[in-house]
Design a binder for this molecule. Structure first.
Ligand code: NAD
Length: 414
């Protein structure tokens, strides 16, 4: 990438970072961090990356040159409508691509705001926002792109990949699934209890979807979660402004339906007209219960009893690879065992969610939880073609002659 190109990409990123209002700034904070990072490191990211040479290439130039892919389609989910569209967009711009942004129709206010605001800062020929629902997205997917960056459910992810395959277009699929949380008996249960799936009412792709723990841990955990809910959201979460709502009544009914047949240990209160489901914990949940059949994506935490770390690992390994595995323990060996014996997009010990904020860690899934990754330089690389460049010197043609026929014994022995 030339210096002029880099400076053009830099000025585009600077335009996006300017807040339109304080309210929008709050929504944009996470993306603003990504923009700052890209501004700081763009020259390094875009520079040729020399590679180790062999005897045959000792006097040549051998390097990897990141190059724009071309036109990127970014399709977003509704639960963090700004982060899942703007963060890939930052990487797309930094890498020198044009990009079309298709926010989710479900978070309709954000989609409208994006449609109104982005054209104030970005060239609409290069970075248009297209709003609409399923049919509009399907129409977009019929077109030919150089990359499709999709965030959403695994079922729609499959359709996206199918559509992209028609043009051999590469995809990044940022999907969801059921992320387990193993709580070992030696951990600080009070700390573990603070990370319930109640952030954004559990409508977070990396929410802990269910807890695995020994029966003796379950009762201690329930006590601590009860205290924690009171501390975070008061005795009346419904009336507390920091406690959110389910996105719509379709999802409200879906989540309530998932709880059928399970025992509510905490919460369970709800109000369909208000799309409210209180912070809820289900106890003694069986592996074949309804709530274990799909990603919950709501403020409901099932607890499943296991005999210890071995059974927890077995339980996780018997299912699709999750986006993240959480483990709470003071025992480093247990953490290492979880890392060695399971597979997931990420593994986080003694905390939840925060790995998404670490831009040096690639964020993405594996298997059913997705493919490809992003954040910081990883987004830049994901949306670049890493082109191999080998510039030979013709002055050493005599060395090359070893490769040419006839393949005499003398050449073979050399
Ligand atoms: P979704 O798959 O229903 O929708 C996402 C996008 O796909 C929307 O823009 C929508 O218009 C489009 N879409 C929906 N149905 C389609 C179809 N049949 N054909 C073509 N396009 C279609 O997902 P969602 O409900 O918006 O988001 C929730 C899911 O996203 C959860 O599974 C969650 O875990 C996941 N998610 C993942 C991440 C991540 O970074 N891995 C982040 C946020 C959400």
């Amino acid at each position: 990438m030339t210096n002029t190109c880099i400076s053009q990409h830099r000025s585009l990123l600077l335009y996006i970072i300017r807040p339109h209002s304080d309210r929008i700034l709050c929504f944009l904070r996470a993306s603003a961090g990504e923009i700052r990072l890209a501004l700081q490191h763009l020259s390094d990211w875009a520079a040729p990356r020399p590679v180790e040479k062999t005897l045959m290439t000792l006097v040549d130039q051998a390097y990897v040159q990141p190059q724009p892919l071309g036109l990127v389609l970014i399709i977003g989910a509704w639960n963090y409508p700004w982060a899942v569209t703007l963060q890939p967009l930052v990487g797309a711009i930094a890498a020198g691509n044009a990009a079309i942004i298709k926010p989710s129709e479900v978070s309709s206010h954000s989609a409208r705001a994006m449609e109104e605001l982005l054209p104030l800062y970005l060239d609409t020929d290069l970075y248009p926002v297209v709003t609409g629902g399923v049919s509009e997205t399907q129409e977009l997917l019929r077109q030919r792109w150089d990359h499709v960056f999709y965030t959403g459910s695994s079922s729609v992810g499959r359709l996206v990949m199918e559509a992209a395959a028609a043009h051999l277009t590469p995809v990044t699929l940022e999907l969801g699934g059921k992320s387990p949380c193993y709580i070992h008996s030696d951990c600080n249960i009070r700390v573990a209890a603070r990370y319930g799936p109640f952030v954004n009412c559990g409508q977070t792709c990396i929410s802990p979807d269910y807890v695995l723990c020994e029966p003796s841990v379950q009762s201690r955990l329930l006590e601590e979660v009860r205290e924690c809910i009171k501390e975070f959201y008061t005795e009346n979460p419904k009336g507390f402004e920091d406690y959110g709502r389910i996105i719509n009544q379709r999802h409200f009914r879906r989540i309530m339906g998932l709880m059928e047949g399970s025992t509510v240990a905490l919460g369970g209160d709800c109000d369909e007209a208000d799309c409210y489901i209180g912070p809820t914990v289900l106890k003694d949940v069986s592996a074949d219960s309804k709530v274990m059949k799909e990603e919950i994506f709501g403020p409901v935490l099932p607890i499943i009893s296991v005999s210890g770390v071995d059974q927890a690992i077995q339980f996780i390994s018997d299912r699709e690879k999750p986006l993240v595995i959480y483990v709470f323990t003071e025992d480093k060996k247990i953490i290492q065992r979880m890392i060695a014996d399971t597979s997931s997009g990420a593994l986080l010990a003694n905390d939840c969610l925060v790995h998404f904020t670490v831009s040096t860690l690639p964020f993405g899934g594996v298997g059913h939880s997705g493919m490809g990754c992003y954040k910081g330089k990883h987004t830049f690389d994901q949306l670049s073609h890493l082109r191999s460049c080998l510039i030979k010197s013709s002055s050493l043609e005599s060395v090359n002659s070893l490769r040419y026929p006839p393949h005499t014994q003398r050449k073979i022995n050399w």
